[in-house]
Design a protein around this ligand. Structure first.
Ligand code: NAP
Length: 275
């Protein structure tokens, strides 16, 4: 059983998912503490996972080797300012899951240098199928990198990027990505209904096809283009549909969409880090 002492600041959706994944992976719940101003949230998380709870962030962080900042981006500044003394004194590993808050801003609020990992999970983390990218500053040791990876793996795939600037690209691809795929599934469902399929049938065929294609690609070592060509017989139905999508500019549309998301991510980071 894993026994590193963990503190979660914020007992919301992401903290619940991470703690659920860690406990299911065999992490000792008595080594996990959670703080949140909302006592109802604390009672719920405490009784569900048998973790320790407190309304005071500093008290929870004091004994921890790893402190996970799991509050909304707009709350990070105040939380970090409140933890600065504890962090400088105890030097835990900090893991921020807050979208778009840069390390330099976080370190300024936390009172100076500290071991800091930024990560960008996505909403399927809530069903333990997330995709998370992590980036760590120079102060993070190999052991701390492994710890951060273990924690994020509890809710799905966890991959490192070696440049913090890439976190904006990650936000554009996988952070916002679940919504793109949901839109594609919605569009497929509508098109199926247009062809006469009942709503529920069109929905289930669309969702299961997306799931199946993703599972097939994840389990194969082949490039997705090779898998796609394999299911595209010359002169067949798939080829006809793909021609329409390619000629309609699908690839350019996705490039433009990701560019827009990436630029917005940079703007938000500037805005949140302004103080
Ligand atoms: N949900 C996702 O899939 C996802 C994906 C990528 C990144 N993230 C990031 O994960 C972070 C958490 O998201 P979430 O969806 O879990 O949000 P959430 O459900 O709103 O959880 C945040 C929790 O933090 C609490 N909180 C607010 N101020 C606090 C303070 N000063 N000290 C301690 N706790 C405080 C909130 O309490 P109140 O409700 O009382 O305010 C709430 O319970 C965000 O920064 C988000 O960018 C989430």
């Amino acid at each position: 059983m894993k026994t590193t002492r963990l503190a979660f600041i914020g007992a919301g959706n992401m903290a619940r998912s991470l703690i659920g994944g860690l406990v299911a992976d065999g992490w000792d719940p008595s080594t996990i503490a959670v703080s949140d101003p909302d006592t109802e949230q604390l009672t719920a998380i405490g009784s569900r996972f048998q973790v320790n709870t407190d309304t005071n962030n500093e008290r929870v962080a004091t004994n921890a080797e790893v402190v996970v900042l799991a509050v909304k981006p707009q709350a990070i500044r105040d939380v970090a300012l409140g933890l600065a003394n504890t962090v400088q004194e105890r030097q835990p590993l900090l893991i921020s899951i807050a979208a778009g808050i840069r390390a330099t801003d976080m370190q300024r609020w936390l009172g100076g240098d500290c071991a800091l990992v930024r990560c960008m999970p996505n909403t399927p983390a809530l069903v333990q199928s997330g995709a998370t990218a992590l980036w760590g500053n120079e102060t993070v040791s190999d052991e701390q990198r492994n710890l951060a990876e273990t924690i994020l793996r509890a809710v799905g795939l966890a991959l490192w990027v070696d440049n913090e600037d890439l976190m904006d690209a990650v936000t554009a691809l996988s952070g916002s990505g679940p919504a793109y795929f949901l839109l594609v599934m919605e569009a497929l469902q509508e098109a199926g209904q247009m062809l006469g399929l009942p709503e529920e049938t069109a929905k289930l065929l669309s969702l299961q096809t997306a799931f199946g294609a993703s599972k097939m690609a994840l389990e194969s070592s082949e490039h997705t283009a090779v898998l796609r060509q394999r299911v595209t017989s010359p002169g067949g139905t798939t080829e006809r549909a793909l021609e329409v999508l390619e000629n309609g500019g699908l690839r350019t549309l996705f490039k433009d969409a990701l560019n827009a998301a990436c630029n917005r991510s940079r703007q938000l980071a500037d805005q949140f880090g302004a103080d």
